[in-house]
Design a protein. Structure first.
Length: 190
């Protein structure tokens, strides 16, 4: 579910029924794709995996013993069809854990590029935090403006001159003050 709903974006833009829900939903999803990776969540990137019969091993680049535990349910994504899904951890090592997977070929250790993701239970619902909701809506409006303005650029109010920086790294900078308390220390902030 997107942080900004289609109805909220439609009302903020004042476009009524001029644009389809799918068009507006793509803007809401784009804002989530920009914002969510920077927010602090209970997840870690998976750098590699291996398998032997029905046992899969997922590898991390940091010590995970204080993050994951045996019996914990985790959601694995972007790690291949045998690994993806909600799985229960069967063993935890310093830099890896094992899960049960469907039977298949034995695969040696090999990297996942781009990295996969292991997410444990989340304790914060970002869709209920007003500052995050506002940041998401502001990003939606900026993305909408970039799509609708001539040449995909914003226009300054005083000079009506195009700005080439509409979708640059300044996009997130516009809302950094709103999301500051929720930024992940592991995210790239720049």
């Amino acid at each position: 579910m997107a942080i900004t709903s289609v109805a909220t974006l439609r009302a903020a833009l004042g476009v009524g029924t001029l644009y389809t829900d799918a068009t507006l939903q793509s803007v809401c999803d784009s804002a989530d794709n920009v914002l969510l990776p920077f927010l602090w969540k209970n997840d870690l990137p998976i750098v590699a995996h291996s398998s032997k019969s029905t046992v899969g091993t997922l590898y991390f680049d940091s010590d995970i013993r204080d993050t994951f535990y045996v019996g914990q349910s985790v959601t694995i994504t972007n790690s291949g069809s045998r690994f993806n899904g909600t799985k229960t951890i069967t063993a935890v090592g310093e830099y890896s854990f094992t899960i049960a997977i469907t039977a298949g070929a034995n695969n040696p250790y090999h990297t996942i590029q781009p990295y996969g993701n292991a997410a444990a239970e989340t304790y914060t619902d970002f869709t209920t935090i007003p500052a995050i909701q506002t940041a998401s809506l502001l990003l939606c409006e900026a993305i909408w403006q970039a799509r609708q303005a001539p040449s995909g650029q914003g226009m300054s109010v005083d000079g009506f001159t195009p700005s080439p920086f509409t979708m640059s790294n300044t996009l997130l900078a516009r809302v950094r003050g709103l999301i500051a308390p929720y930024l992940s220390p592991a995210s790239q902030i720049g």
